[in-house]
Design a protein around this ligand. Structure first.
Ligand SMILES: C[S@@+](CC[C@H](N)C(=O)[O-])C[C@H]1O[C@@H](n2cnc3c(N)ncnc32)[C@H](O)[C@@H]1O
Ligand SMILES: *[C@@H]1O[C@H](CO)[C@@H](O)[C@H](O)[C@H]1NC(C)=O
Ligand SMILES: *[C@@H]1O[C@H](CO)[C@@H](O)[C@H](O)[C@H]1NC(C)=O
Ligand SMILES: *[C@@H]1O[C@H](CO)[C@@H](O)[C@H](O)[C@H]1NC(C)=O
Ligand SMILES: CC(=O)N[C@H]1CO[C@H](CO)[C@@H](O)[C@@H]1O
Length: 685
């Protein structure tokens, strides 16, 4: 690596200070955390999205939790020297000011290290800001040639390269850091920017140099799955690639890394677990309602790709008091997959157009015609709520052709809704229920789509008209609900269940829509109603409906599978006992194939694996896990907010769209429609 290239790389690593500092200040200004100083420490301001806020919120709380636990432990030590916090790659972080203002720093000191230019800029910023100076008390600026840029009685900022340990050690020593004192070393989103050998040397140096220390680390993991790939690619494109994730892909490998480097105890967990185990329910409830939010999948995926770790050394500090074992959020791992369903890219016709969208709905119109509508996706090179409908039509030899279609004429157009449902009424008619525009504006009313082939016979010129449907008495204004066809007294009804709306985060209601008259009717339902949920799956079975999983109250994924069973005079809720129990999941799809219930994809947070297909024998309740074999699919599949269509004759499942807004890493859409080969499930297996 030449010197110029090296300089450029360092520059981009430093610029990560901006992005995280801006996010932290946006977080504070929206009331997630109490931090007036974050705003003072950055010259600019930015308004981040609710998803970014949540991601930075859980990070702030995890670090705060560890720092507070450390200060509590050390302040209880009778004769020990004053505690120290050494923040490695501190950037513009406001930790010192928060601790100082809340009176938690009694006697303890804070040392910060970052590149010289970052350290200098921070020192300058502080000096120019009276509110910050007032809190610090007497201070002095370092001389230009010294690593020490800023110094007060309990706060020092040093400009050093974390890859140069001898200089680091000497400069800290010269600045009065006492290696014998109880010390917290904090590396918040820093070590993955170093080469693995530099990070390893730093961890080993810390273990060897500080006899009574706690190391706290927050960073990325799980580079292998689809979300992890998008994450890696994002940092690559920023020119600050993440290092070492392949060496330490899971919390377990991170733990081993610290134990082998000389730390005596270590615990680590992902941010889903931290959020559920270490934040009180009231606090979670508070932040879950600060802003309209509807990106649960990406929030959970983000949290499963970051972890908090604490490692300790010496007798005076116990990391087990910092992150004690908790039963509040037990791991629920699925059985290991017993087989795999091969995935294959569906061949596109020459005028291929892909179905790059999520939160859409799809319906099988007639064998060989799949209509998809709505969702968020790519249209004419832009990301937006998609207005074009999409038709996948089969021509010879199981090949499929994909075409976008416009609704016809000057009449009503598709209104841009997502998280709606679509139900086939006939070969040429589809009913659209619910959905939303933004999380604050539900889509208004039901729509009916009428399809007819236009005169020139070619399938891509399907003529679709959109009409409003008047459903008397009741306007459904929910989304992430389900609508399935059931039978009652030989009549067809739609069973509309669950979802959420602007006011209610989860709904437990259901409604029956008589298809013949488009009227809501009341039908008796006995038994214990399942708990409220959205983003569950629902599929018709034996004239009733099977509901599986979903996201329940308090944003908790559910594992229950319930059957709305037809009985004389109505329906009965019946819960289905599954062995082994399924891992709680949501945002999956489901089908019944050969007497077996298939749960396809989705998101789960109780296990570190990625959901494949769970197959449940409906006569025995026995469940089996299948992997999705993506070896012949160009890019990993992100199977949530997708749709799927069962093709029983072909023993195939079509997977359409899916993906999401991957935290700050950009939006990802599955690039291809794929099929899963289910032939191994045919009777006899
Ligand atoms: C993503 S920022 C995190 C900043 C801060 N820890 C926080 O959480 O707000 C990463 C920081 O590490 C610093 N950094 C990266 N490599 C470094 C190195 N070799 N020496 C010193 N600082 C480094 C960068 O300058 C940047 O401020
Ligand atoms: C589409 O349908 C409308 C209304 O049914 C009809 O008037 C029009 O001619 C059709 N257009 C094409 C291209 O078939
Ligand atoms: C359309 O299809 C019909 C029957 O399938 C055929 O008779 C007719 O010639 C076709 N028209 C064109 C324009 O291809
Ligand atoms: C479901 O289990 C029953 C009882 O063991 C068995 O007879 C049946 O073949 C299974 N169904 C499938 C599709 O494997
Ligand atoms: C808040 C802060 O210190 N931002 C700085 C981060 O780094 C970039 C480039 O290295 C500077 O331009 C910012 O001022």
């Amino acid at each position: 690596m030449g010197p110029r290239r090296r300089e450029r790389r360092v520059g981009t690593v430093q610029s990560t200070n901006d992005s995280s500092a801006l996010s932290k200040s946006s977080l504070a200004s929206r009331g997630y955390v109490d931090d007036a100083f974050a705003l003072l420490l950055v010259p600019a301001s930015a308004r981040r999205t609710p998803l970014i806020h949540r991601g930075y919120y859980v990070r702030a709380r995890a670090v705060r939790h560890c720092v507070h636990a450390f200060l509590t432990q050390t302040s209880a030590l009778p004769h020990a020297p004053s505690a120290q916090i050494l923040s490695l790659g501190a950037g513009s972080d406001s930790l010192y000011f928060r601790l100082k203002a809340s009176g938690l720093l009694t006697g303890a000191g804070v040392w910060e290290v970052d590149f010289l230019d970052v350290a200098k800029r921070k020192a300058e910023r502080i000096t120019e800001t009276p509110e910050l100076c007032a809190l610090i008390g007497p201070f002095r600026r370092g001389s230009p040639e010294s690593a020490l840029c800023f110094e007060s009685l309990d706060y020092r900022i040093l400009g050093l390269d974390l890859r140069q340990l001898r200089q680091l050690d000497e400069a800290l020593d010269a600045a009065g850091l006492n290696v014998a004192a109880p010390t917290l070393l904090l590396a918040e989103a820093v070590l993955t920017y170093l080469q693995p050998s530099s990070a390893a040397a730093l961890i080993a140096w810390a273990a060897q140099r500080f006899p009574n220390a706690l190391f706290v680390m927050y960073e990325q993991m799980k580079p292998q799955d689809a979300f992890g790939q998008v994450m890696l690619q994002h940092f690559q494109q920023l020119n600050s690639p993440l290092h070492g994730l392949d060496l330490f892909p899971e919390v377990e490998s991170q733990r081993r890394r610290f134990l082998q480097a000389g730390w005596t105890a270590c615990s680590a967990m992902d941010m889903n677990k931290f959020y559920r185990c270490f934040l009180p329910a009231e606090e979670r409830h508070r932040i879950e309602h600060l802003e309209p939010f509807d990106e649960f999948e990406e929030w959970h995926l983000k949290c499963s790709h970051y972890f908090i770790l604490t490692a300790s050394k010496g007798d005076t500090l116990s990391q087990s008091l910092v992150l004690p074992p908790s039963e509040a959020f037990p791991q629920v791992d699925p059985a290991s997959p017993s087989a795999a369903f091969p995935a294959k890219v569906v061949t596109n016709g020459c005028q291929s157009s892909n179905l790059k969208r999520y939160g859409h709905a799809s319906v099988l119109l007639s064998p060989g015609f799949v209509l998809s509508a709505g969702g968020f996706g790519e249209q004419e090179g832009r990301h937006c709520r998609v207005s074009k409908l999409h038709l996948l039509s089969r021509y010879c030899h199981g090949e499929w052709k994909s075409s976008q279609i416009c609704t016809w004429g000057t009449g009503l157009q598709w209104d841009g809704r997502l998280y709606h449902t679509m139900t086939r009424l006939s070969d040429s008619q589809v009913l659209v229920l619910g959905g939303r525009l933004s999380p604050l504006s539900p889509a208004l009313g039901a729509l009916q789509l009428h399809m007819c082939k236009s005169e020139d016979n070619s399938t891509e010129v399907l003529n679709v008209t959109v009409k409003k449907v008047d459903l008397e008495d009741y306007t459904l204004s929910c989304w992430r609900h389900s609508a399935t066809e059931v039978s009652y007294q030989n009549e067809k009804y739609l069973f509309v269940y669950g979802g959420r709306n602007v006011v209610e985060p989860v709904l437990s209601d259901w409604h029956f829509l008589h298809v013949g008259t488009m009227a809501w009717v009341s039908i008796p339902v006995k038994g214990d109603a399942p708990e409220a949920r959205h983003s569950h799956s629902a599929c018709p079975w034996q004239e009733g409906t099977l509901i599986a999983g979903g996201l329940g109250a308090s944003e908790e994924p559910l594992k229950s599978v319930v059957f709305l069973r037809p009985i004389s005079g109505g329906f009965l809720w019946e819960s289905i006992d599954i062995q082994p129990a399924i891992t709680p999941r949501y945002s999956h799809t489901s089908h019944v194939f050969n007497g077996q219930l298939l749960l396809v994809g989705g998101v789960w947070i109780h296990s570190s694996s990625v959901p494949g297909v769970t197959v449940i024998n409906l006569s025995t309740g026995l469940s089996t896990e299948y992997e999705i074999d993506t070896t012949s699919v160009p890019w990993p599949l992100m199977l949530h907010s997708h749709t799927s269509i069962l093709l029983p004759e072909e023993q195939q499942l079509l997977l359409l769209g899916g993906g999401g807004n991957c935290f700050s890493f950009g939006t990802y859409f599955n690039p291809h429609t794929v099929t899963l080969d289910l032939s191994s499930l045919s009777s006899g297996h």
